[in-house]
Design a protein around this ligand. Structure first.
Ligand code: ATP
Ligand code: MG
Length: 355
């Protein structure tokens, strides 16, 4: 659900800020260091319980303060839902409709957020960890039991790795093979099923704005046509040398193709950004078919590193998704951005609507 009202206190350079938002497009423009990214970051935090810039909470708390608050209201057909988080370096209190909840999953259900920040290209160019996170975030939204299975696999994997690391001997290691094998197979199956659902939206996004098919190949982390439990048995010598489990879905990766070529190492920085945006937006599409309806998309400085034509392509991809847009920009004009919606000027942490 989109956010209709947002309140931020003591978050980075934003002291006390209150905004009424447009359900479809909100543009925040102003000079460098005025607080545009901070505002998008605060609104994203409300949906995820974390920032898109850092994994730590400390940098988010305004200098000299001990906590920050982000609160908002979502308007749904059946009424309003209020959300709030008060966070200090080592604790976070989350409220949904005035009631304390323990997990950020309750936020995600009401107000799913996604961010396209200037680092988005790393999804294509960097190592597999980002791509696994991307994949798992997607599966999590369409397979309700995925999270518990994910924890089950990683717990078994930790135990197997501990046995390897402490040199407890082959039978102590092998004692975990069944559990790692069966939960790992399940995880890879769920990922594979999700990738099948993602393929349609991806090729549509690829064909029209990017002009070439985007396809993904799932490297599940062990050999094709072999049961994980069997390969674990055969990998024992290598695992002992490495003191860690060297195969399994924790080693999975996605190979991204643009047309018939592997994208990594070939496409330009601007193309990486378009490609990564295509992946994230296809994910948002699939997410909207699942339990999480339209939420919000943070577009932090979309013009960075893109020429005007590429920026228009990016906005073309974004136009294919039903979502509330939060856009930051140095200028009040963003090529390809719908003219409707609200515009806010940001200067030294003060945000004012421009009519
Ligand atoms: N914890 C904090 N407390 C106070 N100020 C902070 C904190 N963290 C960052 N800032 C400051 O907030 C200001 C705004 O940063 P922000 O990244 O939101 O700017 P921006 O408008 O997105 O700029 P740019 O156009 O360069 O991307 C910066 O001057 C930054 O140093
Ligand atoms: Mg910024």
């Amino acid at each position: 659900m989109p956010l209709s009202w947002l309140r931020v206190e003591r978050f980075r350079c934003l002291d006390e800020t209150e905004l009424l938002l447009d359900p479809s497009v909100n543009l925040f423009f102003g000079p460098n260091a005025s607080g545009k990214t901070s505002l998008l970051e605060a609104a994203f935090f409300l949906g995820r319980g974390r920032s898109f810039r850092t994994r730590r909470r400390n940098p988010l708390i305004q200098h000299g303060e001990s906590n920050f608050l982000v609160a908002g209201r979502c308007t749904a057909a059946h009424g309003e839902i209020s959300l709030g988080i008060r966070a200090s370096p080592d604790s976070a209190e989350i409220h949904v409709n005035g009631r304390a909840v323990r997990s950020t999953a309750s936020l995600v259900e009401v107000y799913p957020t996604q961010a396209l920040d200037p680092d988005v290209h790393k999804l294509v160019e960097e190592g597999p960890a980002r791509r696994r996170r991307f994949l798992d975030w997607g599966v999590f939204h369409v397979e309700p039991e995925f999270l518990s299975g994910w924890h089950r696999y990683h717990l078994a994997l930790r135990n197997r790795n501990a046995a390897l690391n402490r040199g407890l001997g082959r039978s102590a290691v092998a004692a975990w093979d069944q559990e790692v094998g069966s939960s790992g197979e399940r995880l890879a199956e769920q990922r594979g099923r999700y990738l099948e659902r993602l393929a349609g939206p991806l090729s549509e996004i690829g064909r029209s704005p990017l002009g070439a098919e985007i396809t993904l190949k799932h490297l599940r982390g062990w050999s094709d046509g072999v049961l994980l439990v069997e390969q674990l048995g055969r990998a024992i010598a290598a695992d002992e040398r490495n003191r860690a489990t060297t195969i399994g879905p924790h080693r999975a990766d996605l190979v991204i193709y643009l047309g018939d070529r592997e994208a990594k190492g070939i496409v330009s920085r601007g193309q990486q950004k378009l490609l990564a945006a295509g992946l994230l937006l296809a994910q948002l599409r699939v997410q909207q078919e699942g339990w999480a309806g339209p939420g919000a998309l943070m577009l932090d400085d979309p013009a960075a590193e893109l020429d005007e034509r590429s920026l228009e392509k990016l906005m073309g991809i974004i136009g294919m998704i039903r979502t509330q847009l939060w856009v930051s920009s140095l200028t009040g004009e963003v090529p390809g951005l719908p003219g409707s919606g609200k515009r806010f000027h940001v200067e030294r942490g003060v945000i004012r609507e421009v009519r």
